[in-house]
Design a protein around this ligand. Structure first.
Ligand code: SF4
Length: 256
């Protein structure tokens, strides 16, 4: 599995976002997340944490230095993306760090967007919600409309997480957000799953109808996952699912 060993990483060409400069707010030697997805590129959650989460001034300094260097190179990012070794909204200063980032973005690369890849587990927190409403691309995860499938795929750490709860929370974004969904089939701990079946896709579309995201990003496995019995969904199938969502009026992008 690959852990990001820096606070600022890249830039990399992202399948979904363009030239993306990454920000990792988690420790650089461990993965910490409120989900424990069976497909996570960073592997399963770790408990060892020699390095703490980076402090707000440290993040600001590193980001400023990188943007300054990129300005000198004449190669500015299309997007500054919060991702990294786990769930970025777990950082206690998440909102303040977003404020710093927006300020630096305005100074160095005003055309760049700020994206946050979040698993949606903390969008009920006032400051997390506020921060996500400030960035151009809050990208919220919804891997299934069924609690049972979601528990297998995402393995939420908290017991209270449910699709009904998530649906209500997503409605608060008033349509100004993006949904990301990982499509996958396979088996884990003796349980088979497949979130591409007609029943799954119809229920997923029904949730989209309720929460009305301005964009939907669907994708399948790209890199090595901690569970080996996972099957990548071919692009042709992803396109079929995307078409169903487009028929319902959604703007959908597919990354194979
Ligand atoms: S939400 Fe993201 S970081 Fe967390 S386990 Fe899932 S894929 Fe990994």
């Amino acid at each position: 599995m690959i852990l990001f060993d820096q606070i600022i990483f890249g830039p990399v060409i992202s399948r979904r976002l363009g030239l993306s400069l990454g920000v990792n707010l988690l420790p650089i030697d461990a993965k910490i997340c409120s989900f424990n997805c069976i497909y996570c590129e960073c592997g399963f959650n770790t408990t060892m944490r020699e390095w703490p989460m980076p402090k707000r001034p440290q993040v600001r300094e590193c980001l400023e230095a990188k943007l300054r260097a990129m300005t000198l190179e004449g190669r500015l990012p299309d997007v500054i993306t919060f991702a990294g070794n786990g769930e970025p909204t777990l950082h206690p200063d998440f909102e303040a760090i977003i404020d710093d980032t927006l300020e630096l973005r305005d100074r160095f690369c005003p055309d760049a967007k700020v994206s946050v890849l979040t698993n949606s587990t903390r969008i009920h927190k006032v400051s997390v919600y506020r921060a996500l409403r400030k960035v151009e691309n809050p990208i919220l995860k919804l891997d299934s409309a069924f609690d049972e499938t979601l528990r297998i795929l995402d393995q939420p750490v908290g017991r209270l997480f449910s699709v009904a709860w998530l649906t209500e929370q997503m409605k608060r974004f008033e349509g100004d957000f993006i949904i990301q969904t990982m499509f996958l089939r396979g088996e884990h701990e003796g349980k088979a799953f497949d979130n591409t079946t007609d029943v799954e896709v119809e229920a997923w579309l029904d949730v989209l109808d309720q929460v009305k995201p301005r964009q939907v990003m669907i994708y399948s496995l790209d890199r090595e996952a901690p569970v080996k019995s996972l099957q990548k969904i071919p692009v042709i199938e992803l396109n079929r699912i995307a078409e169903k969502a487009r028929v319902r009026g959604f703007n959908v992008s597919v990354a194979g």
